[in-house]
Write a protein that binds this ligand. Structure first.
Ligand SMILES: *[C@@H]1O[C@H](CO)[C@@H](O)[C@H](O)[C@H]1NC(C)=O
Ligand SMILES: *[C@@H]1O[C@H](CO)[C@@H](O)[C@H](O)[C@H]1NC(C)=O
Ligand SMILES: *[C@@H]1O[C@H](CO)[C@@H](O)[C@H](O)[C@H]1NC(C)=O
Ligand SMILES: *[C@@H]1O[C@H](CO)[C@@H](O)[C@H](O)[C@H]1NC(C)=O
Ligand SMILES: *[C@@H]1O[C@H](CO)[C@@H](O)[C@H](O)[C@H]1NC(C)=O
Length: 458
């Protein structure tokens, strides 16, 4: 009686809260994703894995700030999969050894062993020419704390390059390992997860970037073909048993799209018919500006399909997702929507809407663009896409103030300085048409050239 009354009361509360503010925080594949607690820098968690502890997601991946050689394995946290906060590094470069200068440490993945109460981190360990092909393991007492590196080896005497981890419902865990000589392996881990016991399955096909999703009684193995940093049409195979038989490989994204220019790193279940594909869009010439391509996948029996979206809205608590909201697109150079000050001026930009953008934002005079009268039909936390260009080879960082609240926002280098990219701005909008957004810099550096904003209307 008490329970059902309480439940009825709770759902009433949730309904009314939802009608007040339907947050439309978006995942924007391929955009600059600024992390909190970094001074406004793009997330450095490439080749990442996700682990959920309580209500918090942890994204653990490679720091590519200074290129391909190992720097850190970084950890970021989020409760909604959209807004990420830098927490710390699990492992950092040491003066020598596996984690020393000019080493390769890739595709970190973490599992929790409930019995030993230890988080176990696996990663690909190599030298700069990839001739060692080993796996390394580390363990830690807290998911996003520092880990103790335990060493590297050739699992079962075999080569191991790209890796993934999979923990089954019964607590058994597996290392997914690309063995260049023989193919792709599923290797069973020891009970404490710190070593490998045997190969459970071997595909002779050459597939890397492995990740397993278990759903509706099926195991789905995802991976890519071997084309270096360049993307290809990634594939999946399914089975009711890890030991096989496994189906032939099939594509899941639009054929010829090269998986929307990305490579699998992790698959996160959302509900019984949906999962989140997490991939890397590598920029091999400047790895720090590689972006994250996360898209919803649809499961129907053993068929998995994935469409491409500019933006989409996950609802973690409901286990669902929706397409991006409708938007207004105020132009930075349009005097009816924005005003310029302190030296900011309209510049030409061949790939920008209307062929124009606003440049000279920041600098010693603190040039600024102020978008006035931005409209939203709801008081809500939302994601605005800032369309911009940055012709430099490093990210620019601007100060963005929304209704009086300032934050530092990153703007990764764009393709050619003339084709705009997107940076995601998560902020609180007021209901009505009085929202104000100011973009400038406070430290004398240059901000991006701003083309326009893409603002959710609700
Ligand atoms: C990148 O290199 C710069 C210059 O050497 C250094 O100050 C910085 O700490 C490095 N960053 C990382 C993440 O290693
Ligand atoms: C690869 O690099 C290591 C040093 O890290 C060197 O000892 C080895 O000879 C190199 N191997 C090849 C095939 O170039
Ligand atoms: C964790 O390690 C213990 C001790 O080796 C083992 O018995 C257990 O099966 C492992 N798995 C889980 C999920 O705790
Ligand atoms: C795993 O087992 C292999 C073979 O017994 C051994 O060489 C290696 O050191 C072990 N790795 C760890 C981290 O204990
Ligand atoms: C899973 O999410 C999708 C997308 O939001 C939704 O259409 C579907 O109904 C959900 N399925 C279940 C079983 O909740």
């Amino acid at each position: 009686m008490f329970t059902s009354n309480l439940r009825a009361g709770l759902s009433l509360f949730i309904l009314s809260a939802a009608s007040l503010a339907q947050a439309s925080l978006q995942i924007v594949p391929g955009a600059t994703w600024t992390a909190a607690n970094t001074g406004g820098r793009h997330i450095q968690a490439h080749g990442a894995g996700i682990i959920k502890v309580g209500a918090t997601y942890y994204m653990i991946g490679e720091d590519k700030t200074n290129g391909s050689a190992f720097q850190n394995i970084n950890c970021y946290s989020s409760t909604n999969l959209v807004e990420w906060t830098y927490v710390g590094a699990l492992l950092s470069q040491t003066s020598s050894g596996d984690l020393g200068p000019d080493r390769v440490v890739e595709r970190p993945k973490v599992l929790y062993n409930a019995s030993t109460k230890k988080y176990v981190l696996y990663m690909h360990i190599d030298n700069s020419n990839y001739s060692e092909a080993k796996v390394g393991v580390a363990s830690g007492a807290s998911v996003c704390g520092t880990y103790t590196y335990l060493g590297s080896w050739s699992p079962l005497g075999q080569q191991s390059r790209d890796i993934g981890l999979f923990q089954d419902d019964d607590g058994s865990a597996y290392l997914l390992s690309e063995d260049r000589a023989y193919g792709l392996r599923i290797n069973a881990l020891t009970a404490d997860y710190l070593n490998v016991t045997k190969t459970t399955y071997l595909w002779s096909d050459h597939i890397e970037a492995p990740a397993i999703l278990k759903q509706n009684g099926y195991y789905f193995m995802f991976g890519s073909h071997l084309t270096g940093w360049d993307p290809n049409d990634n594939v999946y195979s399914y089975s009711t048993s890890l030991a096989g038989p496994w189906s032939a490989w099939s594509t899941f994204a639009t054929v010829g799209s090269n998986t929307y220019s990305s490579q699998t790193n992790y698959i996160l279940p959302l509900n019984s018919t949906s999962a989140v594909y997490m991939g890397d869009r590598w920029v091999s010439a400047n790895l720090m500006r590689s972006t994250y391509v996360w898209l919803p996948m649809k499961l129907s029996g053993t068929t998995i399909t994935m469409a491409n979206y500019v933006n989409w809205v996950p609802d973690i608590s409901a286990g669902t997702w929706t397409v991006g909201p409708s938007e207004t697109w105020p132009e930075a150079e349009d005097t009816s929507s924005a005003s310029l000050a302190n030296g900011a001026v309209v510049v030409s930009c061949s790939g920008c809407s209307g062929g124009k953008a606003v440049g000279y934002i920041g600098g010693s005079s603190h040039g600024s663009v102020t978008f006035n009268s931005i409209s939203s039909s709801a008081a809500t936390r939302s994601t605005i896409r800032v369309k911009y260009t940055n012709g430099d080879s490093s990210q620019r960082i601007a100060s963005v103030t929304v209704n009086g609240v300032s934050q530092s926002l990153a703007f990764l280098p764009t393709e050619d300085g003339q084709t705009p990219g997107s940076s995601t701005l998560h902020c609180n909008l007021n209901s009505g048409n009085t929202n104000t957004i100011i973009i400038t810099t406070t430290d004398g550096s240059w901000g991006p050239d701003v083309d326009r904003l893409m603002v959710p209307t609700s």
